[in-house]
Ligand binder design. Structure first.
Ligand SMILES: [Zn+2]
Length: 113
């Protein structure tokens, strides 16, 4: 269900941008997916094929780019990249951290015809 809703809103944005640019067809959609997002590429593709039927985006290729999660330390303000199994601040060792990136699915760009 998670992927269905996010795929629908992603498609809405793509179609809006395509329309604004006077596209006849969307060739490819380049997506950025956070490693912590929990989104499964296969599910996004599956829903996309279903939702994009009879739209400008029908048959468009989906390209995924995986990004590492990032966090910021609440104690000292240090931003850093989260590594597996080590979620403490590299500067002060604190574990009170805030995830700043890695949970998103966003559109990097779209290729249109
Ligand atoms: Zn810190």
């Amino acid at each position: 269900m998670h992927e269905l809703a996010i795929t629908q809103s992603m498609l809405d944005i793509v179609l809006e941008r395509a329309k604004e640019s006077g596209a006849r067809k969307v060739e490819a959609i380049n997506l950025v997916i956070g490693e912590l997002s929990g989104f499964v590429e296969e599910s996004v593709r599956f829903y996309f094929d279903f939702l994009a039927k009879n739209t400008l985006a029908e048959g468009a290729a989906l390209n995924f780019k995986l990004v590492s999660p990032r966090a910021r330390c609440r104690s000292c303000g240090q931003p850093f990249e989260l590594r597996e199994l080590d979620w403490s601040c590299p500067q002060c060792g604190g574990s009170d951290i805030e995830i700043t990136a890695g949970k998103e699915l966003s559109i990097e760009s779209i290729d249109i015809e």
